[in-house]
Design a protein around this ligand. Structure first.
Ligand SMILES: Nc1nc2c(ncn2[C@@H]2O[C@H](COP(=O)(O)OP(=O)(O)OP(=O)(O)O)[C@@H](O)[C@H]2O)c(=O)[nH]1
Ligand SMILES: [Mg+2]
Length: 398
């Protein structure tokens, strides 16, 4: 089973590179705990999933690169080529010399329809190279213009065209202090559109990863490259195959194997504004958690703390709400590692904050004309606010 990755905008392309590099390096990292045969099987599984046929002995990433400015794409292509480990395909990228100036509407309503066919053809070529397609992995920021606007458009297109394939979006939550003045508008529009067309949103917050680099890794001058490497290792350890008792490496059909569906709020629920003020979240209730343990001691780890029914909603039986995947095959250079993928109330506060800030700007009509000018109407904003308020309300009442 193979995955086609679509990397969009500066953020999506820079992270995409690090993810492929982390996957490649990991799969070529021989492990003491695994036999030669196991190492080879692991490498072959990773390759089938993320890389296509070799060109002069160099594997080609199953990826499509999209941006509207050539700089980042060119850097990304050449970094991969210079690594000598793997590279992107010769005709895998699409770019124009016209950015979107951080304007989501421009990415979604102008670049999207204008370049729909070219991007669709590139993706289709990658799909045709797969013997069996497991799904799409779409990487982008949620606050920029090109990656987020165009990314939302492309995800919608994939939903129309490949409705049976899994579409998982990796989205980067902007720094709270923010570099982009309209980042809250862009974020609200991205999330509400992806909510309708994507099967799973995998979220990383830049602030949280920044903290990992500063406090745990002691990096003094933190760059995007540092942040992206942390992200890539987290994603890599989740995406690599697991070793089954029958002695072969395999992937779960749904790579994240957990229930992503959020039920709508109960009828008669109080409106968000009243609720978010009244209800302090004291406890992080989860819908489901997936723990991935790799390397040494995976079978002796004490997991009782994750199994407490009080952690979960009543929708799923505790045995279904908590999943654990274990493999003795360590990830990359780490002796052991643990990754937690959690669908929980964790993002309620940051989401409520972004929606609130965007709403305040919208109420004073700030910058709205920049969006209406390109076809995103006030109604579209209102629909997006309403949808996300419903999501916040649903999570608040887990
Ligand atoms: N983690 C991480 N975040 C990034 C990176 N590059 C940009 N960002 C974040 O992404 C957001 C800006 O989006 P970009 O990806 O730069 O925008 P774009 O998609 O190129 O679109 P334009 O606005 O049209 O340039 C901000 O929240 C940045 O903090 C990166 O390499 N890694
Ligand atoms: Mg850009």
């Amino acid at each position: 089973m193979s995955i086609v990755t679509v990397q969009l905008g500066q953020c999506g392309n820079q992270i995409g590179f690090e993810v492929f590099d982390a996957l490649f390096i990991d799969s070529h990292c021989p492990q003491r705990l695994s036999s030669k045969r196991e190492n080879e099987a692991y490498q072959a599984s990773c390759k089938e999933r993320f890389f296509s046929e070799e060109e002069n002995g160099v594997p080609i990433a199953r990826a499509v690169l999209v941006d509207m400015e050539p700089k980042v794409i060119n850097q990304t292509l050449s970094k991969a080529a210079q690594s000598g480990r793997w590279k992107y395909g010769q005709h895998s990228s699409f770019c124009q010399k016209q950015g979107s100036g951080n304007n989501w509407a421009y990415g979604y309503s102008v670049h999207g329809p204008r370049h729909e066919e070219s991007i669709r053809n590139l993706i289709q070529k990658e799909v045709e190279k797969c013997d069996s397609l497991s799904g799409f992995f779409i990487i982008m920021s949620m606050a920029g213009g090109t990656g987020s606007g165009l990314g939302a458009f492309v995800t919608q297109n994939l939903q129309d065209q490949y409705s049976n394939s899994l579409k998982m979006n990796q989205i980067i939550w902007p720094y709270g202090t923010g570099e982009v003045i309209v980042q809250n508008y862009n974020s609200v529009l991205t999330l509400s559109h992806l909510y309708r067309s994507s099967d799973a949103l995998l979220v990383h917050e830049n602030d949280a990863v920044h903290k990992i680099c500063a406090k745990l890794m002691n990096i003094k001058q933190i760059s995007f490259s540092d942040i992206n490497q942390v992200l890539a290792h987290q994603l890599g350890s989740v995406f690599q195959p697991t070793y089954s008792a029958e002695g072969s490496f395999h992937y779960r059909r749904n790579p994240l194997g957990i229930d992503w569906q959020i039920r709508p709020p109960l009828p008669g629920l109080p409106s968000l504004s009243k609720m978010s003020l009244n209800k302090e979240l004291h406890f992080n209730t989860s819908i489901a958690n997936l723990l991935i343990l790799r390397g040494k001691d995976v079978h002796s780890a004490d997991l009782e703390g994750f199994k407490d029914p009080a952690l979960y909603t009543s929708w799923l039986e505790p045995v279904n709400a908590f999943n654990v995947w274990r493999t003795q095959r360590a990830f990359s250079k780490y002796e052991k590692s643990a990754a937690l993928v959690s669908n929980s109330q964790f993002l309620v506060k940051p989401l409520d904050m972004i929606v609130g800030k965007a709403w305040n700007m919208f109420a004073s009509k700030a910058y709205v004309h920049q969006y209406t000018k390109f076809g995103i109407e006030e109604e579209d904003f209102l629909d997006s606010f309403a949808l996300l308020e419903q999501v916040v309300a649903s999570y608040c009442t887990l």
